[in-house]
Write a protein that binds this ligand. Sequence first.
Ligand SMILES: [Zn+2]
Length: 266
Amino acid sequence: MSATLHPAPGRAFAEPQRLADGLWLVGGPGLSGELDALAYLIPCGDGQAVLVDCGTNAPALLRNAATAGFAADAIVGVLATHGHLDHLAAAPALIDAGCGGVWLHEAEAAAVRTADPVATCAYLYGRPATPVPVAHELVGGGLLRFGTRTIEVVETPGHSPGSVSYLIDCGDTRVALLGDALWGGFHPRIGSDLDVWGDTLAHLQDLECDALSFGHGPPRLIAPYQEKVAYARSRFGFLCNPWDLPAGGADAWVPEGARPLPRLLA
Ligand SMILES: [Zn+2]
């Protein structure tokens, strides 16, 4: 299918939003592109910052980061929640503009470097994937330190094999940036695995966080964390990806026990 990734000419983008102390929303619908995943900017002290995901529209990301006070060369890294086009396609242009390199889980690094049209979900958008250089492969979870900021990496596979989430402290609020690990689309073709994903959701339920944001959610923090994750778990398998329905419709591939809602995102 073809899809409009950016607003029509003449439509203005909104300003970046400060979601919390030390957390900006700089990309997403209305900010960088209608099908872009949410992209975040995390100041790290010493005038530097990192991005979590970056959508598809590098000029818009850079303009929004500048509004938040960070030029391209102050952005020292792009931390990817996973390798899908709507989360990461702007990365090569950001790097060309002076941003730091991409961090991505090792399970998806090869597909992103080689612009695999399926594994990157480029085929869903009717456009070719662009190879994305991966400077740092994430292996397991752990802590990343940028300046004065510590970012916890949690492996959250299921939507895709290398999905990770990033946990940060914003003042006294611990925030989980979940990418598509919560409410993401499902299809075996892109490496989705419901059994693995179910384990991930159970793990997410155990995390001690206060608020969350996810890749295609509203442009604000969502709280309370435990309650919202519990709700998502209760609906697990209910939401399927309407862009990828095979001949025969949703019932042809919806996992046993799951109920399709094929028009929810249409
Ligand atoms: Zn995705």
